[in-house]
Design a binder for this molecule. Sequence first.
Ligand code: AMP
Length: 191
Amino acid sequence: MKNIVLFGGPGAGKGTQAAKLKEKYSLNHISTGEVIRAEIAAETELGKSMKDYISRGELAPDALVIDIIADYVKSHSDCAGNIFDGFPRTTAQAEAFDKIMARDGMKVDVMLELVVPEEELVKRLMLRGEVSGRADDANESVIRNRIAVYNAQTAVVAEFYKAQGKYVAIDGIGTIDEIFDRLCAAIDAIE
Ligand code: AMP
């Protein structure tokens, strides 16, 4: 079983690459951002409680996101593996995640960070905003806030996995297939 944390700033290409990795390695894929957007669209209580954070480009509260992941892990402990996309995003989430995984006899095997410079992230998100329909891609100040939040609260999560010897940096600049090949080489090396 392979459990992969796909990491990187907003617009780094996590969703695009996760879809390809899922296919190639028969993995399950969870994007906490997608789960949250679905909850908001369905107007559930959970969705309502997270909507304002997301529209401002801020993080949803740890406790809510950790619950989403705990439910997911419980029902995905018996498969080829999982790609966690957009989670963990804070050190508190990473610490809780280790405990949640251990409870079901699982562990994170590797964190793969798609490394993309900040101005390239802004450029990609502005372009994506023209087609994605995502409220948080639609204006530059929300995009810049998401990157600021990433730098302030999320980037440090890489240190957590570096300390466990599980961190691999992947150059996130190039064609989708070039970046995919780099990710696959890193995954094939973990066995
Ligand atoms: P994403 O689709 O990964 O870009 O996430 C979109 C938005 O959902 C983020 O800007 C956050 O507001 C929220 N979100 C997604 N994942 C998390 C998480 N692990 N912790 C807190 N908020 C999250």
